[in-house]
Design a protein around this ligand. Structure first.
Ligand code: UDX
Length: 437
């Protein structure tokens, strides 16, 4: 089957590469000439484990190609995916849909035969209706259907998530189009992955509801963590204690510095805008957004407290800067708020990250970056573990302690058992556990 993928951002590139790996003939289209040139040379615009190899093998197999020419990409395609960006619109938090509608118009003009046009980008309820309106306006003659098929990929685990999804949600109520979508996902369908067919608006809303629910779960445990610290309980045991209840489930119950990334912050805001537009407030999601924002700032104060309440002139090393491990993505990373709070309080901030330094550099002026966590910690008054990269889960704490000026270790991801940290001669400040004296 021939597939066109419009947009080679995170979602488009991963999805395009995975579809070609399913045996489909995939053309990825992007307006950005330099991106397409790089991709043709096998250079990935993002860091995602396994993606470079997946792209290379499918390009070699002749199933995956790249072009800036949308018309060429769309010609003969039976399924055309829109995977362009939907950034938050400056000022009002609404998703900016100009790229989606622009792509829809160009696709409609370029159609050569029957096709399904599938929105993969995360789009507010009703976007599919507008894409359909554009399609009918531009090409009243075309035999084409507009489908919503949201993605649920986690950065850093996107290929795995694509190939072994918990479910695939497809919003379309036309049987012919549904058949095309079954063909698109055939290997997963044959493997009995749940393929959930719903109305188009339902599919659009499902994506936002899923992300808002996950953001709520994280925010809930983060607030419980604060309470744990005060009452002398341990949040990790609370998480385990509630997560073993099948109705709750153990995932997304790790307390930490607050969620960040390209999806949760943007999607929760966009969902609130939709709720506002339809005058149906989502008060829980409103609280989640407010609490999470406050939490990121509070983490900076936590570090200052660990320093005895005064950070002036203190050297603080942040280990892990990206919003989560296995990505170089700095969007809405908690580290940004922590750096700001520490610098405002007069600290000298240093940073280390396995993949994110180049992305972090322009966002964190006046931070000194190091090539190794040990170098960053040399002479530091405090070390703060912000992102739980594997290399940061396996630190030699004794080595770290030896070169630090003060033995203050703030573990915002609860990676290390308290006894181990203390044995290394460090004073631990963690999340959701009473401070040990
Ligand atoms: C998320 C969704 O998981 C994915 O389905 C959707 O398509 C896009 O948004 P992603 O943003 O890549 O994916 O990362 P995810 O692993 O969900 O983590 C999001 C944030 O939550 C990170 O900042 C992470 O550190 C934080 N988090 C996650 C926690 O603080 N605690 C947890 O228990 C889980």
């Amino acid at each position: 089957m021939r597939i066109a993928m419009i947009g080679t951002g995170y979602v488009g590139l991963v999805s395009g590469a995975c579809f070609s790996d399913f045996g489909h003939d995939v053309v990825c289209v992007d307006k950005d000439q330099s991106k397409i040139d790089s991709l043709k040379q096998g250079i990935m615009p993002i860091y995602e484990p396994g993606l470079d190899r997946l792209v290379a093998s499918n390009v070699k197999g002749g199933r995956l190609s790249f072009t800036t020419d949308l018309q060429e990409g769309v010609a003969g395609a039976e399924a055309i995916f829109i995977a362009v960006g939907t950034p938050s619109r400056r000022g009002d938090g609404h998703a900016d849909l100009s790229y989606v509608f622009g792509a829809a118009r160009e696709i409609a003009e370029a159609l050569t035969g029957p096709a399904v046009i599938v929105t993969k980008s995360t789009v507010p309820v009703g976007t599919g209706d507008e894409v359909e309106r554009i399609l009918r306006e531009v090409r009243p003659d075309a035999r084409a259907w507009v489908v919503s098929n949201p993605e649920f990929l986690r950065e850093g685990a996107a290929i795995e998530d694509f190939k072994r999804p918990d479910r695939i949600v497809v919003g379309i109520d036309d049987e012919e189009a549904a058949e095309v979508m079954r063909e698109v996902y055939r290997p997963l369908y044959l493997n009995k992955a749940p393929l959930l067919f719903t109305g188009r608006r339902t599919a659009e809303l499902t994506k936002y509801a899923a992300n808002a629910f996950l953001a709520t779960k994280i925010t809930f445990i983060n607030e419980i963590a604060d309470l744990c610290e005060i009452v002398g309980a341990d949040v990790q045991d609370v998480s385990r204690g509630i997560g073993l209840d099948n109705r709750i489930g153990p995932k997304f119950l790790h307390a930490g510095p607050g969620y960040g990334g390209s999806c949760f912050p943007k999607d929760t805001l966009a969902l609130l805008k939709t709720a506002e537009d339809y005058q149906t407030p989502l008060r829980i999601v409103e609280s989640v957004v407010t609490v999470n924002e406050a939490r990121k700032r509070a983490m900076g104060r936590k570090v200052i407290q660990a320093l005895g309440g005064d950070a002036r002139g203190a050297a603080v090393a942040l280990l892990g800067l990206t919003f989560k491990p296995n990505t170089d993505d700095m969007r809405d990373a908690p580290s940004l708020s922590i750096v700001q709070a520490l610098q405002d309080a007069g600290a000298n901030v240093r940073g280390y990250d396995p993949e994110g330094i180049e992305q972090a550099r322009p966002l964190m002026p006046d931070v000194e970056f190091f090539e190794s966590p040990y170098k960053a910690a040399e002479g530091a008054d405090a070390v703060v573990l912000v992102t739980e990269w594997d290399v940061l889960r396996a630190l030699d704490l004794t080595r770290l302690a030896r070169t630090m000026k003060q033995p203050i270790f703030v573990d915002l991801r609860n990676v290390y058992p308290p006894a181990e940290v203390e044995e290394a001669g460090l004073r631990l400040h963690s999340v959701g556990r009473a401070q040990r004296s």
